[in-house]
Design a protein around this ligand. Structure first.
Ligand code: RIB
Ligand code: CA
Length: 316
């Protein structure tokens, strides 16, 4: 069964790979893309999304810009993505037009136009757009099939010792999303830190021999240096496509059901996704957290999607 998804993103090097996986994998129907201020300011991430979609031949999917900033706080751009938000590559002039609607309205319109329970939301940036969508149309909570988001973590933080960037950027929006009574799968740093773009992964991508493969290698070259400089990683964790992989094949990303609440007031714990592993059998639990990644099978999906898109673009 093809899964229809809306990707709400802030490209971002790993968001770019999530876009490619979402459009390149035959089991996913990418029905809309929305952008949100996060890794970089909204104008940058939106320009980046248009450029990546053009480069990858994703030209028949509506894309709209969403919220410029979190509900209450300011955007703190992430150094891991450079000044442009997608340093390391030259984007082609976009051939994709921006939908005139606000991203929140594109999300609402897309979900309401589809049969109930057929659209999955895959946010890979701060959750501002998603929170406002269910505040504007609360019925989305019952209509959306599930939310599978990249963000948070059970035992791992990156923007603080206990909080992850997407959640900590807009903790109030995250709290709204996690508290809503829809199925939420948190694909957090516990597993995305296993999605490393190693030398072997780069060699597999280089062997594809297409301009898109070269583009991805340029993304990974910058991302690797940035993660080495900022967080001491040997290889960069490519976070966002792990959430897409969970939708494609749930067996690739193991999960545990557990209540998850977002800290919105802690002086030292702001943005922490507090996961109660003592209550995994709670009857009213609608949240689950990712705990393990089948990394080889994950990269098989990513490399295959890049190959499919690269060849389709070359043949076009
Ligand atoms: O913490 C990693 C997340 O923050 C990823 O989504 C990355 O793109 C950044 O948005
Ligand atoms: Ca992201």
């Amino acid at each position: 069964m093809t899964r229809k998804i809306i990707l709400d993103c802030d490209p971002g090097h790993d968001d770019a790979i999530a876009l490619m996986l979402a459009h390149g994998n035959p089991d996913i129907d990418l029905v809309a893309v929305t952008t949100v201020g996060g890794n970089a300011f909204l104008d940058k991430v939106t320009r980046n999304a248009l450029g990546v979609m053009t480069m990858a031949g994703i030209t028949d999917v509506p894309i709209a810009a969403g919220c410029t900033r979190p509900l209450l706080r300011q955007v703190e751009e992430a150094a891991e993505h450079g000044e442009s938000g997608l340093d390391g590559v030259v984007l082609p002039p976009p051939t994709v037009a921006l939908d005139p609607r606000h991203g929140v309205d594109l999300i609402i319109d897309t979900v309401m136009a589809a049969p109930p329970g057929t659209i999955t939301l895959v946010p890979t940036g701060p959750l501002t757009n998603i929170a406002l969508a269910i505040r504007q149309r609360p019925e989305l909570v019952d209509r959306v099939q599930e939310v599978v988001l990249m963000g948070g973590g059970v035992h791992v933080g990156n923007w603080s010792p206990v909080a992850e960037f997407n959640i900590k950027t807009d903790p109030e929006a995250a709290r709204i999303v996690f508290e809503a009574a829809w199925p939420v799968t948190m694909v957090g740093l516990d597993v995305t830190h296993q999605a490393l773009a190693t030398d072997q992964v780069n060699d597999r991508i280089a062997a594809l021999g297409t301009p898109l493969a070269e583009f991805v290698l340029g993304l990974f070259r910058f991302f690797r240096q940035a993660y080495r400089d900022t967080q001491g990683f040997d290889f960069p964790p490519v976070h966002d496509p792990v959430a897409v992989a969970r939708v494609i094949d749930p067996s690739i990303v193991s999960v545990v059901r557990a209540p998850i609440v977002v800290e919105t007031v802690g002086e030292h714990t702001l943005g922490m996704t507090v996961t109660d592993l003592r209550r995994t059998a709670a009857a009213d639990c609608h949240t689950q957290a990712a705990t393990a990644l089948a990394a080889d099978r994950f990269w098989d999906l990513v490399v295959d999607a890049i190959d499919r898109l690269g060849k389709a673009k070359t043949d076009a």
